[in-house]
Design a protein. Structure first.
Length: 319
């Protein structure tokens, strides 16, 4: 049985990540770009972390931590190699920067490295009470947000500031805990808060309003990895999709989950390819092309996978 709603949600979040990385609509309208790329779309990675944390409960109960850790580490190393073209040159120019990129992840791969460390953190505190875990998550999130706003607004400037708050401690860990607590509460017989369309719309409006206020202050597009509104919006979006779609056996849902992962992992290559064709950053066309080419790549992968399996089954029958 699959949580169909969460598979659909992951696909939507992956498309949002593409939107962030192509500067969605920034070529056309800076305010709209801030509302989406620096506002609504920023729920994507926290929602991914909530989903990861949600499934961590069973991982810990079934003592499969080492298996999950090994899988994530292997995934990280494979994709670091795939993207090594973009950072391998740093080894000769600035070894410190190269080492930092290798350990924390190139570009979007920071998510996997943060997830690996975050899983370890959550495992150590998984026996804590709900109140204690919720307090830890909220405090870490607030500290991370404060550091980010201090950096962006200039009253606590950091060099390469995002590295200080867009990481396992201040971003991955809080949202992993939220997902973990949701699942533990549910498994212990609790009833999760029932999210309606009104809650969803209000939560999304909240984070979009925050992005508008930030844009009005700066007068230009500024990057915000963890807006304050995320602590409300991301959990509500997760709960809405989790509750609105019943569990069921679904091959389509499984394929959708594969599309989500594939689009997230492969899209920077297409962003780069499109950039080499001199297409301006922030155009709607670039967003559509990157999304579609990434999805097409996943489709071809699934097609090859199914063809190989069909051929293998045919050979087995022939024996």
């Amino acid at each position: 049985m699959r949580d169909v709603g969460l598979d659909y949600l992951k696909l939507i979040m992956s498309i949002m990540v593409v939107g962030i990385h192509v500067g969605f609509l920034s070529y056309h309208d800076h305010l709209l770009s801030s509302v989406f790329a620096q506002g609504l779309f920023r729920i994507a990675v926290p929602v991914f972390f909530i989903i990861n944390g949600f499934y961590l409960y069973e991982t810990f109960v079934n003592n499969k931590e080492s298996k999950v850790f090994s899988y994530l580490l292997g995934l990280f190393l494979i994709w670091q190699f795939v993207y090594s073209y973009f950072y391998i040159g740093l080894a000769a120019e600035n070894f410190g920067s190269f080492l930092l990129t290798f350990l924390m992840g190139y570009n979007h791969l920071w998510y996997i490295s943060a997830l690996i460390v975050g899983v370890v953190f959550v495992r150590f505190v998984s026996g804590f009470s709900t109140r204690r875990l919720a307090t830890i998550a909220l405090c870490l999130f607030v500290v991370g947000c404060f550091m980010q706003y201090g950096d962006v607004y200039g009253f606590i400037p950091f060099e390469s500031g995002y590295l200080y708050y867009r990481n396992a401690l201040f971003m991955a860990f809080p949202f992993l805990i939220i997902g973990f607590l949701f699942r533990r509460f549910e498994k212990q017989g609790g009833q999760l808060f029932q999210v309606t369309w009104l809650h969803l719309i209000a939560a999304c409006a909240l984070i979009m309003l925050e992005s508008v206020l930030n844009f009005q202050y700066h007068g230009e597009i500024k990057g915000y990895d963890i807006p304050f509104g995320l602590i409300v919006t991301a959990p509500i979006v997760f709960l809405f999709f989790y509750q609105k779609f019943p569990k069921r056996q679904s091959t389509l849902s499984k394929d959708i989950a594969t599309y989500s992962t594939g689009i997230y992992l492969i899209h920077p290559w297409f962003n780069y390819f499109i950039h080499t064709q001199n297409m301006p950053h922030g155009t709607l066309t670039k967003f559509i092309l990157s999304s579609c080419l990434s999805a097409l790549t996943v489709y071809l992968f699934l097609l090859c996978q199914k063809t190989i399996r069909s051929f293998a089954n045919t050979q087995e029958v022939a024996k």
